[in-house]
Ligand binder design. Structure first.
Ligand code: BGP
Length: 488
């Protein structure tokens, strides 16, 4: 009988998470090509539906390229991490980070996605970033694709709906594995791979309008299959090129509850959870779960696999499971209830027991313990929380201070529940709070939805000095890390 676990293990990987398209800026510098994310900022808010459910058209892309692409907009300028990474990494080191999650923008390395040779200036930029992290002994945790498919692959192949992307992606993965094999050991293949079913454009660079004869499900799940195969092949390459590498999948976890104890609600919540966990099922178990074949049959989805696909999935499962957790979701089949916006489950309704963020996300710290236990019981694999945080309006006081007690409260309660899960026996590798430095929101393309311990002086129109300053939560998180989660 091993003794009870009382807290986070020594070496727990505390840190923060970002994405290239939300922080770097320099959208067209040093040979970088356009990525799908560069097209997002001008999508009208009303078109964003459930946060990420936005379908871009070829006409829209041509319009942005012709009229808008050179407008200064925070989303494309991010927070100028491209030029300020040394200052920002020094602040992350001051926070005490053990790990820093970032993405490599695929379009910085292969500007057109199908280029014969990589862009050396792009490779050099990330060499510089990893060297800066090394100075402070901060481990990079690198996402290969964080909604940053090279736009040229959308325009030429219609994104991940085409199987050709597997080859382009694995060539990109091999290039960066070889380049950074002595600098990076933690890799994630796709950010929130399940988002593709809600927004094939965001998740896969796919223009659904170009496939009028196909349903969104057919498009999304066929494209997801291509990403599953690509992820498995990248895992194989990582292990061959970087023997000590650990490769994780990454899911936007949508922990879903039944509103009532009516058996139909229990079944509906289970169905929604299964549709979400389908993605980790494939990444971890290396095969499609039986319930998904029923879903495909009932929704006219027919996955076109090639010989060898099943073997590739089975042979190269991920080493760990990473996920984002912001909220929990509630569903019911029993009558009409108040709907909530801002998440990715159709028909999600308000949970009267939970507070809601300024953007409608239902704040549920205990849901994180439920999620961690569920993952542990379902897979028994190491887990990594790679996004968690509170997007909120911050007020800068006269003296420049920012008293973000609401953010400290949100994070404190979620870390308390992480610790409870660890005591329940869950193997949790680390925690990277989303947006340790204010950055541009993915779903709103705004700066005002702030997540950071570090404030960035820039507003929604891209005006400001871009100066960095510390919020109250900076000193708080510093203490959390130095005490390894004991002082909350
Ligand atoms: C996740 C994305 C992140 C980040 C986060 C916060 O889905 O992986 O890139 O955007 O959501 O959401 P938002 O930026 O919309 O507030």
């Amino acid at each position: 009988m091993s003794k009870a676990i009382t807290g986070f293990q020594p070496g727990f990987l505390w840190g923060g998470a970002t994405a290239a398209n939300q922080v770097e800026g320099a959208y067209n510098l040093d040979g970088k090509g356009l990525s799908t994310a560069d097209m997002v900022p001008w999508i009208p808010k009303e078109k964003r539906g459930l946060g990420f459910a936005m379908d871009v058209t070829a006409e829209y892309i041509e319009d942005v390229l012709a009229e808008k692409i050179n407008d200064r907009y925070p989303k494309r300028d991010g927070i100028d991490f491209y030029h300020r990474y040394k200052e920002d990494i020094a602040l992350f080191a001051e926070l005490g980070f053990k790990v820093f999650r970032l993405s490599i923008n695929w379009a910085r390395i292969f500007p057109n996605g199908d280029d014969a040779e990589p862009n050396e200036a792009g490779l050099q930029f990330y060499d510089n970033v990893f060297d800066e992290l090394k100075k402070y002994d901060i481990e990079p945790l690198v996402t290969l694709s964080h909604y940053e498919t090279p736009l040229a692959l959308t325009r030429k192949y219609n994104g991940w709906y085409s199987r050709e992307l597997i080859g382009f992606y694995t060539k990109y993965a091999e290039t960066v594995f070889k380049r950074y094999k002595n600098k990076v050991k933690y890799w994630l293949t796709f950010n929130e791979i399940n988002v593709i079913t809600h927004s094939p454009y965001t998740g896969g660079g796919i223009l659904v309008g170009q496939l009028p004869e196909k349903t969104k499900d057919q498009i999304a799940y066929q494209a997801a299959h291509h990403q599953f195969v690509a992820s498995a092949l990248a895992t194989k390459l990582a292990h061959e090129i970087i023997p000590e590498s650990q490769v994780g999948c990454m899911l936007a976890r949508m922990q879903t509850y039944p509103v009532t104890n009516h058996p139909d609600d229990i079944l509906e919540a289970q169905r929604q959870n299964d549709l979400n966990l389908f993605f980790t099922d494939v990444h971890v178990n290396g095969e499609y779960p039986a319930f998904m074949y029923r879903y495909f049959a009932e929704n006219n989805v027919s996955i076109n696999k090639e010989i060898g696909d099943d073997e590739i999935l089975k042979q190269y499962p991920v080493d760990f499971i990473s996920f984002s957790y912001y909220m929990s979701i509630s569903v019911t089949t029993q009558g009409e209830r108040e709907q909530v916006a801002g998440n990715m489950i159709e028909g999600a309704v308000k949970n009267e027991y939970l507070e809601t963020s300024d953007w409608g996300w239902q704040i549920d710290p205990k849901g994180l313990r439920v999620t961690l236990r569920d993952f542990h019981n379902r897979y028994g694999k190491p887990l990594f929380i790679v996004e968690n945080g509170l997007g909120a309006y911050d007020k800068v006081e006269e003296d420049g201070s920012i008293h973000d007690t609401y953010r400290i409260d949100y994070l404190k309660k979620h870390i308390e529940q992480m610790k409870e899960a660890v005591k329940d026996g869950v193997h949790l590798m680390g925690y990277t709070a989303w947006g340790p430095i204010d950055l541009v929101s993915m779903s709103t393309s705004e700066m005002s939805k702030r997540y950071g311990f570090i404030y960035v002086d820039q507003d929604d129109e891209g005006n400001g000095t871009l100066n960095r300053s510390k919020k109250d939560s900076f000193a708080w998180y510093q203490k959390v890390i130095t005490s390894n989660g004991e002082e909350l």
